[in-house]
Design a protein around this ligand. Structure first.
Ligand SMILES: Nc1nc2c(ncn2[C@@H]2O[C@@H]3COP(=O)(O)O[C@H]4[C@@H](O)[C@H](n5cnc6c(=O)[nH]c(N)nc65)O[C@@H]4COP(=O)(O)O[C@H]3[C@H]2O)c(=O)[nH]1
Length: 835
């Protein structure tokens, strides 16, 4: 406020000077008017004039004085205004400062009141002078009871000795240090437990006294989280470093126990059946406890763990003496000193229950949120550890077992044979290795699909397993081959008895997907020491013997012989040579005429495969076709046959000879393992041959399983105009249903009937029936293997339509057949038309 020591007249009490001047001027004007008027009427009135002049001077002076006063007044007004404004500003500032102070105080109050951290002020003497409400919450004392008390009440001395142990000194020593805000100290709750604290603080002075204000944060949760993380890392390290699972799980249990001094943690593991407790890990319990749990089943009322695993949900039993879940096991609680038990299932990543983690408490207890968090994390880690060990075990198992049947695979088998050989050498006994190959399995697998084939193999494995002893090892080598190793053999008859049992067991039908499947087994047996001294030798011997069994008509067993050894070797050679034959195009077709009995002329021919072997000369198909079929090479060779036959027939037609239908043989594998329809269509197209000049011959093996795809393919063949002939009719199942369901045009009567017909009436009867059957179904009957006039006469009499056999011609090369086609059959043949 400005200081005016000499007060001036206040402008507000003074009359307006302008009014006064205006009033004086009016008087002067009036006087002057009177003087002028008297001068003009009576002469001059001097005194009046003088009075006016004097008055005017006075007025002038007065006016000056007034003007000066006016200026003064204005200045005073300005000063006053400024002073007033200054005063008002000062007042407003004071008011604002007051408001700000009040606001700041209330803000401070509300901040300290609401702060989640404890705010504590101590004086230099370490006495508490201020606490916010959070201090009450954290330390359990009332505010009032803390004020004036030494700080050691809530933060016991823990400062280094260099700072005399007092908190104030300690804090003072930390002032100016870079990391002082990260000061960690331990507080003490009224109930006596420790509270980890993180402190940040500042100092201030008032009234010449020094104070410290500390903001203390309760970091119990963070410390727990850190400990938990530390524990997790440790367990994960154990898992990663391939520590045995049980050791890892026990470390996990120790960690949980450490986190909860009152609790005792255990883990139970389920067996593969997912229902039985297989193993208990309870390091803080006596062994009897773990033993008592092993073998128990999960269920809706099976204690905490059994129930938790049954429902795949955590089960909290705060008092085992009261819970109905513990009714059957109450004595366990008393014997092993626990009252509460809560159990949490351990899951695999796929959600499968692997086991359960339980925490036992000596008193009635319900888990806190903190405990639940710990268990959730522990259960997760346990899941990883258990699953990892199971995965490893599974990988180990897979490396040594067949995935489909679960039987040992070749690796494990060889290992077992090796062990058996070692024992046999020591104890001077024998080892038998038996190779079982399923008969007709390939047909089932190819025709009904792998899904059925796989199921069948599993059933076979089960039946075989039931035949062997525990000391025997049974393995699957892949495909339909099973091997049994019989170690420490003292009874030389043992392997034959087992082989007979297996053959009889596998000849019983199997039911897969409501289908009745008939297979069989051919078995080869090799012995140590006679047939080999290594797993490989013995397997090779058994393999050779198995092929011998197959050659003898399947469904039997053979022992290995040196002769078989040679044959097995030859077989391997043959496979190699056949592969080369395909590459080197060593196959050729021979043609055998098909004669119409009534017209006496060649109406068709059968294309028959030959192998022009560079050393062995011409090889007949029965020497190599079975191997082509077994190895799958028949698909490639069969495609070549179809193509070559179509090409040759097109050449004949182009040559102008009367067109004939050329028949090619199809193997079952060609039906199942290739797109036969496409092969046929493209061959016809490639050689511009009308489909009516091609006939496909197949045996009943193709029809073994009447699958829809095979029936569909045949109908498509018929639709495009290709002829279909059923070969070797009468030798297989010869079911009438085949003939109804498959659209064949020709029935070829197997030549064995004709061969036997002269000696057995039965065969002639069969030929007769087949011809009748063909007639009734509107099919062309063909008699195969006609070698003599008598045979020809027989089939002719019985009404057969067509004949094929050495009587007319053996299978001959293409050029010879061309000549035969052109010349026609010799008229000397006893054909009806020649009579
Ligand atoms: N004893 C005697 N035999 C006669 C007479 N007339 C014909 N044969 C023989 O009977 C067989 C007829 O063929 P298949 O029954 O289809 O039986 C054929 C057929 O199943 C198969 N085969 C031949 N070529 C092929 C082919 O290209 N593919 C397929 N998948 N199989 C073929 O090989 C089998 C044997 O063929 P091949 O040795 O050529 O034997 C031929 C033929 O030489 C006769 O009067 N007396």
């Amino acid at each position: 406020m400005s200081n005016h020591k000499n007060p001036k007249p206040t402008p507000f009490s003074h009359p307006d000077p302008n009014d006064e001047i205006r009033r004086l001027n009016k008087i002067i004007d009036a006087l002057m008017n009177r003087a002028e008027r008297s001068m003009s009427s009576q002469g001059s009135d001097f005194s009046l004039f003088q009075t006016a002049l004097m008055l005017e001077e006075k007025v002038t002076n007065r006016t000056r004085a007034l003007e000066e006063a006016l200026r003064d007044n204005e200045r005073i007004n300005r000063d006053l205004f400024r002073t007033t404004v200054e005063m008002q500003t000062e007042i407003k500032e004071r008011q604002r400062a007051q408001v700000a102070l009040t606001e700041s105080e209330s803000r401070y109050r509300s901040v300290t009141e609401a702060a989640l951290d404890a705010i504590i002020t101590i004086d230099e003497g370490n006495r508490i002078s201020f606490v916010n409400p959070t201090v009450e919450k954290i330390f359990g004392y009332s505010r009032q009871s803390m004020l004036g008390q030494p700080i050691t009440l809530i933060i016991p001395n823990q400062a280094p000795a260099s700072t005399s142990g007092s908190l104030a000194d300690y804090l003072s020593s930390q002032i100016g240090r870079l990391n002082r805000e990260h000061l960690e100290l331990t507080g003490r709750h009224r109930d006596g437990y420790d509270i980890p604290l993180e402190l940040s603080f500042g100092e201030f002075e008032t009234g010449g006294l020094r104070y410290f204000t500390a903001i203390a944060r309760d970091i119990t949760e963070r410390k727990h989280a850190e400990a938990l993380r530390e524990g997790q890392y440790h367990i994960l390290e154990l898992i990663a470093s391939d520590t045995p699972t049980e050791e890892t799980l026990e470390a996990l249990l120790r960690f949980i126990d450490h986190q909860h001094s009152d609790g005792r943690a255990t883990i139970v593991l389920l067996a593969d059946d997912g229902r039985t407790i297989e193993r208990t890990l309870a390091p803080t319990f006596p062994d009897q406890y773990g033993n008592a749990l092993c073998g128990l089943k999960t269920g809706p009322n099976a204690g905490s763990c059994g129930t938790a695993m049954y429902f795949a949900k955590p089960v909290v039993v705060s008092d085992v003496q009261e819970s109905p879940l513990w009714a059957p096991y109450r004595n366990l609680g008393e014997t092993f000193g626990f009252r509460a038990c809560w159990s949490t299932p351990i899951f695999s990543a796929e959600g499968e229950v692997l086991g359960s983690l339980a925490i036992y408490h000596p008193d009635v207890h319900t888990p806190s949120a903190e405990e639940q968090k710990l268990v959730a994390s522990a259960v997760h880690l346990a899941g990883i550890a258990i699953q990892r060990s199971r995965t490893e075990a599974r990988i180990r198992h897979m490396a040594h077992h067949d995935v489909l049947t679960g039987l040992p695979n070749r690796t494990l088998l060889e290992d077992r044979i090796e062990q058996a050989l070692a024992v046999a050498r020591r104890e001077d006994c024998q080892v038998a290795v038996m190779l079982i190959d399923l008969d007709r399995f390939k047909t089932v697998n190819d025709s009904l699909g792998h899904h059925i084939g796989d199921q069948l193999l599993r059933l076979v494995a089960e039946r075989l397993q039931a035949c062997i002893r525990r000391s025997d090892t049974m393995a699957r080598l892949g495909g339909d081959e099973f091997v049994i190793c019989m170690p420490a053999l003292h009874d030389p008859e043992g392997p034959s008895r087992l082989a007979e049992k297996i053959i009889s067991e596998l000849s019983r039908y199997f039911t897969v997907d409501d289908l009745e499947l008939h297979i069989g087994a051919s078995i080869g047996i090799g012995f140590h020491p006679t047939d080999g001294d290594t797993p490989n030798d013995l397997l090779r011997a058994a393999d050779a013997a198995m092929y011998a069994a197959k050659d003898r008509g399947r469904g039997n067993f053979q022992f290995f012989t040196q002769e078989l050894n040679r044959q097995a070797h030859d077989r391997l050679m043959l496979i190699t040579q056949l592969r080369q034959a395909i590459e080197r195009q060593e196959f050729v077709l021979y043609y055998q005429p098909l004669v119409d009995i009534h017209e006496g002329r060649i109406v068709g021919a059968e294309a028959l495969l030959r192998w022009q072997h560079p050393e062995r000369g011409l090889v007949a198909p029965d020497q190599f076709i079975p191997i082509l079929e077994e190895t799958g090479l028949m698909v490639t060779v069969g495609e070549w046959v179809i193509d070559a036959a179509c090409r040759q027939n097109a050449i004949w037609q182009a040559d102008g000879v009367p067109p004939i239908s050329l028949a090619v043989n199809l193997s079952a594998v060609q039906f199942y393992r290739s797109d036969i329809l496409k092969t046929v269509q493209s061959a016809l197209q490639r050689h511009q041959l009308d489909p009516q000049w091609l006939t496909l011959e197949f045996t009943e093996a193709v029809l073994f399983e009447e699958t829809e795809p095979v029936i569909r393919t045949m109908h498509r063949m018929k639709q495009i105009g290709v002829g279909l002939a059923l070969d070797d009719f009468g030798t297989g199942y010869s079911s009438l249903s085949y003939l109804q369901r498959f659209p064949v045009n020709r029935l070829k009567i197997d030549r064995s009937f004709l061969r036997d017909a002269e000696e057995h009436d039965g065969s002639a009867d069969i030929i007769n029936s087949i011809i009748r059957l063909s007639q009734s179904l509107g099919l062309i009957s063909v008699a195969e293997g006609v070698e003599t006039s008598t045979q020809l006469a027989l089939v002719e009499t019985l009404g057969c339509n067509e004949v094929q056999g050495y009587l007319f011609s053996k299978p001959i090369p293409a050029d010879e057949f061309t000549r035969l086609l052109k010349s026609g059959l010799p008229s000397t043949l006893p054909l009806m038309c020649n009579h």
